[in-house]
Design a protein around this ligand. Structure first.
Ligand code: BEZ
Length: 210
């Protein structure tokens, strides 16, 4: 069955390019991003892994660990990493799971047989420190992902987990946030000392708390 937001991210033990891991132990108290690739030595995947390696510090400063999964063996992954480093001008710096038996792909429903019955689609799971799934995304094999958007969602998730706020369309760090409707006007004034701008009773903005 497909995984849903709020479900516990299935645990697994797997061989990766950085050794064998127990997924939940590897996550520890961090947030996590688990993302799948249709296959090694494919062009779009090569650019994606290069991009994530380049911006890994942006994940780290948000306390997020990143890990990729592909159904090819670990020896292939190591060879492919040589190509990624060469062509994307990076040094790979996060693990890639070798999911030859498709155990991770199956647990996370990453194979969509009507798209391809062997390779995974491009799935993304953002997992919170409580091991619950906070975001799922599914892209077709032909479309490389926008990792700036994944960072943007993580910023929103981390903000809204700490405050009774939501974030509007296209929100970016530092922009005004939305006070959730469950908070009364009186409580909102106390909770958000930077001020509350009421456009409609259900549409109230406040500057992003620090
Ligand atoms: C790619 O990563 O380039 C790719 C993989 C599978 C199908 C299409 C493109």
């Amino acid at each position: 069955m497909a995984l849903r937001l709020g479900d516990i991210a299935p645990n697994f033990t797997a061989t990766t390019t950085e050794g064998v891991i127990d997924f939940h132990q590897w996550l520890g108290t961090s947030w996590g991003v688990l993302f799948s690739h249709p296959a090694d030595f494919t062009p779009v995947c090569t650019t994606e892994l290069g991009t994530v390696a380049r911006i890994k510090a942006d994940f780290e400063k948000r306390n997020v660990k990143v890990i990729a999964v592909s159904v090819d063996p670990v020896e292939q992954h190591h060879k492919w990493i040589g190509d990624i480093n060469e062509t994307q001008c990076v040094t790979m710096n996060f693990p890639v799971i070798a999911d030859e038996k498709r155990e991770v792909a199956t647990a996370y429903d990453m194979i969509h047989p009507n798209a391809d019955d062997k390779a995974t689609v491009r799935s993304v799971f953002v997992i919170g420190p409580d091991k619950k799934i906070k975001l799922t995304l599914t892209y077709p094999a032909s479309t490389g992902r926008n990792f700036a958007e994944i960072l943007r969602v993580i910023d929103s998730l981390q903000l809204t987990s700490a405050h009774k706020l939501a974030t509007p369309a296209d929100w970016q760090q530092g922009q005004d946030c939305i006070v959730v409707t469950a908070v009364s006007d009186a409580d909102a004034e106390k909770m958000f000392p930077k001020g509350v701008r009421k456009v409609k009773p259900y549409l109230r903005y406040t500057p992003q708390p620090v």
